[in-house]
Design a protein around this ligand. Sequence first.
Ligand SMILES: N[C@@H](CCC(=O)N[C@@H](CS)C(=O)NCC(=O)O)C(=O)O
Length: 190
Amino acid sequence: MKLYYNPRSRAAITRWMLDECGAAYDLVPIDFEKREHKAPEFLKINPAGKLPALVDGEAKLFENAAICLYLADKFPEARLAPPIGSPQRGRYLSLMVYSTSQLEPAMGDHLMKVETTPQRGWTNFETAMDVVEGELGGGPYLFGDWFTAADVMIGSMFIWKRLWGGPPGRPKLEAYVDRLMARPHMKIFK
Ligand SMILES: N[C@@H](CCC(=O)N[C@@H](CS)C(=O)NCC(=O)O)C(=O)O
């Protein structure tokens, strides 16, 4: 597999996921300054011209949530996803999509100090944090003791927020970030 990569990008999330899977992969550096992510060859892999992008043989993938879903299913031995047919699968899929469709834009609004209007399709960040705290329950992860790809996707958002700077957030979510950052494969933005 080839991960098109820049350490200062969301491709760090994919790299973390690949390492949690125990996958073998090569990094293909992409230089944003040189606009390599807009080059015709790269657009054949990700037509949106963004990182991350992953190539696995004939398969070309973009969007972190899709890539993490793909990897979790490709490496079942890593036990990073409830299998198809298991009762937890629906909640897992929902959390994976929630991470990019609601949590990420809500956090983006918050960090950029932009008002969140419900017509856009996502909630404000306070509500998103309520949702994640509720889903975490007693933790330590979103599925109790079981670390899954949903923790990679949802947790990455809060890791990113911490790295962005600013005052610490809610204690329960900060403790979650501490646990995630202590994982041996956590290279995100390091
Ligand atoms: N929703 C996408 C977001 C991808 C994204 O915005 N990537 C940024 C880097 S973090 C990028 O490539 N920006 C360069 C650009 O848009 O020109 C995902 O999660 O994969």
